[in-house]
Design a protein around this ligand. Structure first.
Ligand code: AMP
Length: 209
């Protein structure tokens, strides 16, 4: 099963992707997580990506496409993949169709007003990559799952959030039409409890498995 998760920043792609990838026994690949790891490890890709990410802008297509192409060629992708955060431009979608086209594309729909509240309160675990909202945390700095440090991503701060939403509407939302036209789009409302969203995604995808 080869899946793409589409949706604006804060729609719940990361949270949902982890559970859905497990259910289909496929590898969860988040390009944002790959870039954050590359920055921590100070690789050439990380050094190129950092300024774009901090500003809430997209990393150039050529860099992302090459990184994903290499990743999908690895052994653990033989059973399929779940791409979270890629493609984000029509050029990336066309490249993916060239080397490993998806079977289905889940589009998580959430209005902008809800996204702002989710993103400003979001905290991410540096170790297990768990994603939490401050309204549900006893301590905003400690991961309730593994005890490691929780961080407030630089690009989840108000200045960068508006840029990311603008970038989404300008560059990524055309992909909704792209995948609707080729019959792969599976729209799901992301404005429900996380468990209900997972249930709906699994039921929608059952026909594609
Ligand atoms: P995410 O964790 O998916 O929100 O990604 C965080 C940041 O990484 C984005 O705001 C971009 O700067 C960069 N990024 C992740 N995936 C892509 C992509 N497919 N194309 C371009 N930039 C990306």
């Amino acid at each position: 099963m080869k899946l793409v998760f589409l949706g604006p920043p804060g729609a719940g792609k990361g949270t949902q992707a982890a559970g859905v990838a497990k259910a289909f026994d496929i590898v969860h690949i988040s390009t944002g997580d790959m870039f954050r790891a590359a920055i921590r490890n100070q690789t050439p890709t990380g050094l190129r990506a950092k300024a774009f990410m901090d500003a809430g802008e997209l990393v150039p297509d050529a860099v992302v496409i090459e990184m994903v192409k290499e990743r999908l060629a690895q052994d653990d992708c033989k059973n399929g993949y779940l791409l979270d955060g890629f493609p984000r431009t029509v050029e990336q979608a066309e490249a993916l169709d060239g080397f490993c086209p998806p079977d289905a594309v889940v589009d998580l729909e959430v209005p902008d007003e809800a996204l702002l509240a989710r993103l400003t309160g979001r905290r991410v675990c540096v170790k297990c990559q768990g994603i939490f909202h401050i309204s549900k945390l006893a301590d905003e700095t400690v991961c309730p799952v593994c005890g490691a440090e929780l961080i407030h991503r630089d690009d989840d701060k108000p200045e960068a959030i508006q840029t990311r939403l603008n970038v989404y509407h300008a560059q990524t939302s055309p992909l909704v039409g792209y995948y609707r036209n080729n019959g792969k789009l599976r729209p799901v409302s992301g404005v429900q409890a996380p468990e209900a969203v997972t249930k709906e995604i699994l039921s929608v995808l059952r026909g594609d498995a």
